[in-house]
Design a protein around this ligand. Structure first.
Ligand SMILES: [Zn+2]
Length: 425
């Protein structure tokens, strides 16, 4: 195992120091370190962050390997500065048994680029009718702790209650895709002025807010743990604020795209902007940004959703919802928050690692800590070229945009997965 001496790096925005990475851990820190035989990385001007952790990734394997595989998605993640991702359950077959979650977990280990932590389905086949084998998935080699029907809402309140109760036995979490399906039938974009002008069926904010309100009450009632996926409206922020003030065990995520892009993008009729929940208004974006700073929204999660060309380059109405996110997330967050390194580490690494219970992740680089870290060049600006992305898909909404920040290197347990901005394997 190669020893690395990272020279002159700013750890989470602090004064420049050196990091000695040896045998999978940060062995030593301090200025002027010397390590004969070590590979020296000049990190002058770079910022070291704990490796990013994504609580919401779609890797598409098994079933849609034409859109992404565990390996290509893991490589995209490493290039985005991630050392761990949680893989959503809406694969084919659905990850609703111990067998499928173990398969995804094993594929992640074989790829060896990030730690892949499977999320199990809440209901069999994501059909919303009966609970999946939650206990068997928790007891499996994948040790599943988060369950989600993401892509679908667990709409039946009785089923949602039982799921929240069931996973309490192992301190599990139900991650809800909050969308009251009867309020979003045929929906194509955010319900509002732009949808009216374009004549497209709207997805009203209240369809999200009503489910979050219901679920925080259910969670409070049973004493369970709830995580709210991709919060997208100002009203949802208010529901979460009240729930947290009452001490409900609820956490929430926001995606990079919901922090930056508005529903006005639909005017282009380019389906790359079609996503679920849909892009909202500038007022929603302002509320989401404030909530992220304040901590009402706990984390940024990508909802990385690769889609094959035929599912995306077609008429808006037929296109599948979803956008790529892993390789651009940090740049978007930098664009939105500025170089607030401690806040970025909190929202993109420490807190998601804590929610998911991922040992060895979300820890600032310090002596004795597992070397899961990423080096960022905050001064770099780059133009996003879809053809350059490591994801197998091309549906990035940031094509040809110039964004701040570049991932220079990523280390997983002391082994580089990215060096000089390029994937190592
Ligand atoms: Zn979702």
């Amino acid at each position: 195992m190669t020893t690395y001496l990272i020279k002159g790096v700013s750890v989470v925005g602090g004064a420049p120091t050196d990091l000695l990475v040896r045998d999978g851990v940060v062995a030593e820190t301090g200025r002027g370190l010397d390590a004969p035989g070590a590979t020296v990385l000049d990190a002058d001007g770079l910022v070291a962050l704990p490796g990013l952790v994504d609580l919401h990734t779609h890797l598409r394997e098994p079933g849609r390997e034409d859109a992404e595989t565990v390996e290509t998605g893991s490589r995209a993640a490493a290039l985005g500065g991630y050392t761990a991702v949680c893989a959503m359950a809406n694969t084919s077959p659905v990850a609703d048994t111990a067998g499928v979650v173990e398969q995804v977990w094993r594929l992640g280990r074989e790829a060896g680029l990030v730690d892949v932590q499977p999320i199990g389905a809440v209901t069999v086949g994501l059909a919303g009718e009966r609970l999946a084998e939650l206990g068997a998935m928790a007891d499996s080699a994948a040790r599943v702790r988060i369950f989600s029907d993401d892509g679908h809402c667990v709409a039946d309140p009785k089923l949602m209650r039982r799921a929240l109760e069931y996973v309490k036995a192992f301190d599990g979490i139900i991650a809800q895709h909050a969308e009251e399906p009867r309020l979003t039938e045929g929906a194509q974009m955010h319900e509002g002025e732009v949808a009216t002008r374009l004549g497209l069926t709207g997805w009203p904010a209240v369809a999200e807010e009503a489910i979050i309100a219901r679920d925080v009450l259910l969670t409070e009632h049973v004493g369970g743990r709830l995580h709210v996926c991709h919060v997208s409206t100002a009203g949802s922020v208010e529901v979460l604020r009240q729930a947290k003030a009452r001490g409900v065990r609820v956490t929430a995520e926001v995606t990079p795209h919901h922090l930056l892009l508005t529903d006005a993008r639909a005017e282009t009729y380019d389906p790359v902007y079609k996503v679920n929940p849909p892009l909202r208004t500038a007022t929603d974006i302002a509320a989401l940004r404030a909530a992220l700073v304040e901590g009402v929204i706990d984390i940024v999660a990508t909802d990385h959703a690769p889609h094959a060309v035929e599912d995306k380059e077609c008429e808006w109405a037929y296109a599948r919802p979803g956008m790529l996110g892993l390789e651009t997330a940090l740049s978007i967050v930098l664009e939105v928050l500025g170089p607030e390194w401690d806040l970025i580490a909190e929202r993109m690494s420490r807190t998601p690692a804590r929610i998911a219970g991922l040992d060895g992740h979300g820890l600032d680089p310090a002596a004795g800590v597992p070397a899961n870290l990423t080096l960022v060049d905050p001064a770099a600006r780059r133009v996003i070229e879809p053809a350059d992305l490591a994801s197998r898909s091309r549906n990035t909404p940031y094509a040809r945009m110039t964004l701040p920040g570049r991932i220079v290197a990523t280390f997983l347990r002391g082994e580089p997965t990215v060096l000089d901005g390029k994937a190592v394997k």
